[in-house]
Design a protein around this ligand. Sequence first.
Ligand code: FAD
Length: 388
Amino acid sequence: MALSPTELFAIDSLLSEEERTIRETVRSFVDIRVRPHIADWFEAGTLPARELAPELGRLGLLGMHLEGYGCAGTSATAYGLACLELEAVDSGLRSLVSVQGSLAMFAIHRWGSEEQRREWLPRMAAGEAIGCFGLTEADAGSDPAAMRTRARRDGDDWVLDGSKMWITNGPVADVAVVWARTDEGVRGFVVPTDTPGFTAVEVPRKLSLRASLTGELSFDSLRLPADAVLPEVTGLRGPLSCLNEARFGIIFGALGAARDCLDATLAYAADRSIFERPLSSFQLTQAKVADMALELGKGLLLAVHLGRLKDDGRLTPEQVSLGKLNSVREAIAIARECRTLLGAAGITLDYPVLRHALNLESVLTYEGTSEVHQLVIGKALTGEQAFR
Ligand code: FAD
């Protein structure tokens, strides 16, 4: 009897019954609702985010580990497992959920006023309103302090000018959390996207995360009332706290993509006959799948460990960097290695492996590039900061 990589590592023995139930619920939803269409959506460069959001909301997946305001309030580990199952289908789907819950909703939940929370969070948790998170600009990615978007006071109002680039959910969002330079330092603003002066256009010609809507946002003398600012934070620690949440989901999510690649490859290798024997019976194949299963299992053990630390309130940003760096780097290596075992078939959308590998190029870059996480870990180990 062949074992799956997760069975081999007995990962389930580390999970509670509730966590396993949440995982199975998400897995069966995405397998029925999304998996049959995902290759077509990827090929067409689209995702029906408006249709999917209320369904994801009904499952409690939007703002899943936040408390109150219609959010499910699960453990962080359960949220991670949900991210894993979402990304096992496609990183674009997980990105929709991560940006909604960990970036846009978390920003409002953690740093917003009670009125902002009441106005937006229940609708966002239900998937009736979609959120995006605008931090990156065309010339300010890894170094968000270089941002040029500016908000100035005009009487009681704020006036916002500038642009944001690479914004997931941007073209479809009802509300954008936008970070801008002000005389007081970087502040966050809750911006309804129907405010005059707001435009969002889709970033064209992407070869990665094609089943995700990525936008460029522009703000042209966009006028906001005084209470649009997130009152509880000033400075980059605001957006960085949100990124830390989303990075946590990626620690689990990227391993979902890797698992899906390995599952597809093990099934293919068992069926594919080469030199009159199954591809899976060759030693070189077995060395590859053994090494991949080992990295997947090690990644899962680290992810569950970090999830438990987060549930205890003890997870540090440096530990999030360890997990994000490891999961994405190993997942992309697994996806590429799986592609070799599928031969020519591996370059098509008939199998998920190259789609996952292409998606993981974005995942490697967003939420802190691998190099940025190496610098975070390097600083923790040496005490020296090497960012600049
Ligand atoms: P750069 O910062 O220009 O980096 C270029 C290279 O320089 C990288 O290899 C990097 O690792 C390296 N580098 C950077 N700093 C150092 C250093 N100190 N030392 C050595 N090397 C360094 N942003 C949002 O705000 N919201 C979103 O919803 C969002 N969604 C995204 C979706 C997609 C599909 C993609 C691709 C990106 C998204 N981003 C989003 C943007 C993402 O966060 C940035 O792309 C990322 O921060 C990297 O910035 P950059 O692309 O400008 O690369």
